[in-house]
Design a protein around this ligand. Structure first.
Ligand code: DAS
Length: 329
């Protein structure tokens, strides 16, 4: 057995906590659906996994303590700036963000688009609350801190670490409502696997193709971008309501290859003529939405990720041609 590393020689990892199931609590240890998310503070999360002190020197900070459906743009702007400032400290090796799983994919994506550092940023959550039998949070947290402390994790963009899998935040989605095995990217797969407490990466460091980067300096709010879900019989009413309600852009989770009903297609073309951006994404959450006459094709981006790309581009007052380019068109 190797001699234990002196604590002061271990990499420094900062844990930024935002709530979610990993910090969830219930009176019943079999309750995995009706617990209170965001009930446990970051100090208790860390204290529950003393093994962390063998892989890193950690400090924890509470950024929020909410269900991830309430991690809004204000929390994300704060979190992004906090991560940037934290990673600028030469003493800090990496950051772990604890987060609810429901909206983890889009939050991690937002951070991937807005933080410019090659140091590791690892998002982690849990599907079972801290009070449940076989809670997954403690092992997930230990894995995430190990990843953030590892030199191998640098230069890969923001990472997502749950259920022993290491994924790219750019591509990863939540794919199952209740199972532990919920985060993945069908097309792109995983970047690696945690094996006996150590990361095994399948590839050398690389960034996602065409990943845009947005400067959020000076931004205190992002333009409203609404998301609509395609269905049969769909008319333009909800799109009209979004525009009238103040949205600066709309993403439509279209069917298949971002297909819209005829009446919706016509309205999107009218909005195109006015320079109002409508992004056609896909409710299939897979594949690549290709350009057509109407709207902006989302390319590889799921509806909720396309929403952040559009909102960040609009916040920077980018012209439509530049916005299209972010989606690969
Ligand atoms: N309570 C949900 C959330 O905060 C679910 C979870 O974390 O798994 O996203």
């Amino acid at each position: 057995m190797p001699a234990p590393t002196a604590a002061s020689a271990l990499p420094h990892v900062v844990i930024l906590a935002t709530g979610g199931t990993i910090a969830g609590s219930s009176d019943s240890n079999t309750d995995t659906t009706d617990y209170l998310p965001g009930a446990i503070g970051v100090a208790d999360l860390i204290a529950a996994v003393p093994e962390i002190t063998q892989v890193a020197q950690v400090s924890g900070h509470q950024v929020a303590n909410v269900a991830s459906s309430d991690v809004d743009q204000q929390v994300l702007l704060t979190l992004s700036r906090r991560i940037t400032a934290t990673l600028a400290d030469p003493q800090v090796h990496g950051v772990v963000v604890t987060h609810g799983t429901d909206m983890l994919a889009e939050s991690a994506f937002f951070i991937d688009l807005t933080v410019r550092s090659t140091k590791p940023v690892v998002f982690v959550g849990a599907m079972r609350p801290a009070t449940a039998i076989s809670a997954d949070g403690p092992m997930n947290l230990l894995n995430a801190v190990t990843l953030a402390a590892s030199a191998q994790s640098a230069g890969r963009g923001t990472l997502v670490a749950l259920n022993d899998r290491i994924g790219s935040a750019y591509y990863t989605l939540k794919t199952h409502a209740t199972s532990l095995d919920t985060f993945g990217a069908d097309e792109q797969g995983y970047l690696g696997l945690m094996v006996a407490g150590k990361p095994h990466f399948y590839f050398e460091p690389a960034l996602p193709t065409g990943r845009p980067s947005f400067d959020i300096a000076g931004l205190d709010r992002l333009p409203r971008v609404d998301v609509l879900y395609a269905h049969q019989d769909q008319g333009p009413e909800l799109l009209d309501a979004a525009v009238a309600g103040g949205a600066r852009g709309v993403v439509i989770a279209g069917s298949g290859n971002g297909t819209l009903t005829e009446s919706l297609k016509q309205r999107v073309q009218e909005l195109d003529a006015r320079g109002f951006p409508v992004v056609r994404s896909s409710r299939t959450h897979n594949g690549y939405v290709t350009p057509k006459a109407e709207g902006i094709a989302s390319g590889i981006h799921s509806p909720s990720k396309a929403r952040w790309v559009l909102a960040l581009a609009l916040a920077r007052n980018e012209p439509l041609a530049q916005i299209r380019a972010h989606f690969g068109a």
